[in-house]
Ligand binder design. Structure first.
Ligand code: PLP
Length: 485
């Protein structure tokens, strides 16, 4: 998304050359007349006073626009090849009642992965038939709740679960439970790397790879893959309706070829099942993982381009296989909510640390400025968990001070408590300044913890110059309420 011009002052100092507007910031982010950041017309200084820091700030119009762009891009591209498509918002990226309502109002459905996420989607009023339930280890209670809510699909992750969902469905005696089988195609993608392996050494899904050979009286015979075995098991259960095959290949994917290779393998499995049983699985889900820009200069996956590429590729695969196209679905999470969010922090201690020369020599003059903020790994675990990179800028003012190489760190008792590994900040950055970290809308609040008994920050939505608290700040009373003494 490109941001349109707004009220900006030419920056006195531009360490990155971006200085907003533009990615990785949400489309509503500007520099106001005196150099402070505004989001959807709200000055971050006022927001910090009213809400405190740290605070997650969510640009509602930007989030809704991303939801619409994905839906429209995929609907148009798949209609072009004669297939229908549904877009499910992957709620694990960030789910609140308001966000579930927004994405549903924009024509998306909602994917959940636990009873808790399901409860939020239901509380938001998302109809059961527009909700999916994932999870590699669903409890009986979660399965029961999903069936009671009439969810549109349960994505089954193991052979054992086929039996468990069938038993729960049988106990209810209603319509057959709609299930998809999650398969692992051997395609794993994320970032620019993409590798293909015969067997996936991970906990999700059922492999497409045949398990080797079993000796029989008449010689070696190929065993069915776990994926094929599960599909046949579903078909054998009258309490289950085989709705589809599901494949999710990874996250933060910037190269479309992984989606195409995985889709091809899923369509081959669908054709093989049809040949064997005469049953043509009606739906195929291609999962999520659409990559976004975290740093200035990074380019997000363009929904129009990826939709066209994938639609053309699945149409070609289906034609090769001689099978009609199924209905498709996709599950973007990060791409909808990630760029719409930023985190606002207050700077505390600023500490210059001599870090040695490029080859680690002592006595060098290289200095790294550690800028401590009032949050950290408890509100953004991704840098510590995945080595993820983020971008920060001084948010309350512009400065013409010489830039310094800075590292933005939190207040937790871990040296790995890093929010931004390397960023150029004005050399006069000081206690009391506000710092904004871009693109924290996904997997920030949803992965937040109370490490060091730090209460989790609020999620504040901004739209048309107004603010609205979607999730309030936790308090020490909230934390102590759990402690039974
Ligand atoms: C995590 C996940 C998604 C969403 O991934 P994003 O990278 O946020 O788009 C979609 N589907 C499944 C099954 C997932 O596990």
């Amino acid at each position: 998304m490109s941001a349109s011009a707004g009220p900006t002052t030419p920056p006195a100092f531009s360490p990155t050359g971006t200085y907003v507007p533009g990615e990785p910031w949400s489309s509503g982010v500007r520099r106001g007349p005196d150099g402070a950041l505004t989001v959807a017309g709200v000055d971050v200084r006022e927001l910090a006073v009213a809400q405190g820091t740290p605070a997650y700030v969510l640009d509602e119009a930007d989030l809704r626009e991303r939801a619409r762009s994905y839906r429209r891009a995929f609907e148009a591209a798949f209609a072009e090849v004669g297939a229908g498509v549904d877009v499910y918002y992957a709620g694990k990226a960030f789910l609140s009642v308001a966000v579930a309502r927004w994405v549903h109002a924009e024509g998306l459905r909602v994917d959940t992965a636990t009873g808790g996420e399901l409860a939020v989607a239901l509380r938001a009023g998302v109809p059961g038939e527009h909700i999916g339930l994932h999870g590699n280890n669903k409890s009986d209670a979660e399965i029961a709740r999903a069936l009671d809510a009439g969810v549109g699909r349960i994505i089954v992750d193991s052979l054992v679960e086929v039996e468990r969902v069938a038993a729960a469905s049988r106990a209810r005696g209603g319509a057959p439970a709609p299930v998809m089988i999650r398969v692992t195609t051997g395609v794993h993608a994320g970032g620019h790397e993409y590798i293909s392996t015969a067997h996936e050494d991970q906990k999700f899904g059922l492999s497409l790879a045949t398990g080797g050979h079993v000796a029989t009286g008449t010689g070696a015979q190929t065993e069915d893959s776990p994926a094929m075995t599960a599909l046949l098991a579903v078909l054998a259960h009258p309490e289950l309706e085989l709705l589809g095959i599901h494949s999710h290949i990874g996250s933060q994917i910037l190269d479309p070829s992984g989606f195409e290779v995985a889709a091809r393998k899923v369509l081959e499995l669908r054709a093989a099942l049809a040949q064997r049983t005469g049953f043509l699985v009606p739906e195929v889900d291609l999962g999520g993982g659409y990559g976004i820009a975290y740093l200035p200069g990074e380019v997000a996956l363009d929904p129009d381009r990826i939709a066209k590429d994938v639609a053309a590729s699945v149409a070609a695969s289906s034609a090769d296989l001689g099978t009609p196209l199924p209905r498709f679905s996709i599950e973007p999470g990060r791409a909808i909510v990630g760029p719409a969010g930023l985190t606002l922090y207050t700077v505390g201690t600023v500490k210059p640390v001599r870090v040695g020369g490029p080859d680690g020599e002592a006595g060098s003059t290289i200095v790294r400025t550690y800028v401590s903020i009032d949050g950290g790994m408890s509100d953004n675990i991704r840098p510590a968990l995945y080595g993820a990179d983020y971008h920060a800028e001084l948010a309350n003012r512009l400065s013409d001070a010489e830039p310094v190489l800075a590292r933005v760190v939190g207040k937790h008792c871990e040296s790995g408590d890093i929010v931004v590994h390397d960023v150029l900040l004005p050399g006069d950055v000081r206690a009391g300044d506000l710092l904004a970290v871009a693109a924290t809308g996904a997997y920030g609040r949803s992965m937040a913890s109370n490490y060091n008994h730090v209460p989790r920050p609020p999620v504040v939505a901004v739209a048309d110059g107004g603010t609205r608290v979607l999730v309030r700040r936790e308090t020490e009373d909230d934390l102590l309420a759990l402690d039974q003494g």
